[in-house]
Design a protein around this ligand. Structure first.
Ligand code: SF4
Length: 288
């Protein structure tokens, strides 16, 4: 797949093994911007000891409002080899994290698998979280069947024109829905243990954008009618106009209280009631 790269739906066709890079900038050298226990993730991932996040540098998306653009677009991070990546995974386990949370893994899947083989041989047993922007190909996801325990994709848009304007990929809604279906086929609805920590399953993230740009109505309809009304969904309110978003009038302000609660109501109307509560508390400080 790397020889004519078709790892993600962009299908760049470059020979990454020969040092060429496509839209995601990475050829053979994996880069990581940071790693450590994270307490700002969804409640079932955080538990008591945090989610063991590893932030991979670069991304296969080009979202104009990226909240992590210094990492995803500007390439902040350091190159690491498979031994170092395996050691990072094991160090997160030793710290007491509940899972290994692979952030933006889509463009480096083979390298993660390579390091994982080593880490498992050295005693890694934590659940693996595949935390992606949701632009994943079914063919690549099929390779992860039985390896990834928890899928946490975004559902960013349900409208092609918006996807093209804001991320440069018109087919995002179609590709994203197919990916979500495949993820759910593999792991089903999110399952928690007794203290409420996630063990396996699907957890979907949906960032509400100003002026209904995220297409929430169709996102929750799809989840309810084509995936499961028992889908664990995090409807997020924390959008702020960073990176290039200030140049786009419809994106140039935060989400307001009315827009956020409208998204919550739409989910309830479809019977999608398993909503992450973790981010609700700070809302009165965030929303106007
Ligand atoms: S993983 Fe990177 S090089 Fe491969 S198809 Fe996707 S964007 Fe292109």
């Amino acid at each position: 797949m790397l020889e004519e790269c078709c790892l993600c739906p962009r299908h760049c066709g470059v020979n990454r093994l020969a040092g060429e890079s496509g839209k995601c900038h990475i050829a053979t050298q994996v880069m990581v911007s940071s790693y450590g226990p994270h307490f700002g993730e969804e409640a079932p991932l955080v538990g008591r000891h945090g989610s063991g996040t590893i932030f991979f540098t670069y991304c296969n998306l080009r979202c104009v409002f990226c909240q992590n653009y210094t990492i995803s677009q500007l390439g902040e991070g350091d190159a690491i080899n498979r031994e170092e990546l395996a050691r990072i995974m094991l160090s997160l386990q030793a710290t007491g994290c509940h899972n290994i949370n692979l952030v933006s893994p889509t463009h480096v899947v083979p390298y993660i698998l390579d390091a994982l083989e080593l880490a498992v041989g050295m005693g890694l047993y934590l659940p693996l979280v595949y935390n992606s922007g949701g632009y994943d190909s079914v063919e690549t996801l099929e390779l992860l069947d039985g390896i990834v325990d928890i899928y946490m994709p975004d559902m960013k848009y349900s409208d092609e024109k918006t996807a093209e304007q804001l991320s440069g990929i018109k087919d995002y809604p179609k590709v994203n829905k197919a990916a979500i279906m495949e993820m759910h086929r593999q792991v089903g609805d999110l399952k928690l243990d007794e203290p409420g920590v996630a063990q396996c399953g699907l957890l979907v993230r949906h960032l509400v954008l100003p002026n209904r740009l995220a297409g929430t109505k169709e996102v929750v309809r799809f989840l309810a009618q084509e995936v499961s009304t028992n889908t664990y969904l995090n409807i997020m309110a924390q959008y702020h106009p960073g990176y290039k978003a200030l140049d786009i009038p419809l994106l140039s302000r935060p989400v307001n209280r009315q827009e956020f609660y409208e998204a919550i109501d739409l989910a309830h109307q479809q019977g999608v009631d398993r909503l992450d509560r973790y981010n609700f508390l700070p809302l009165r400080f965030v929303l106007r």
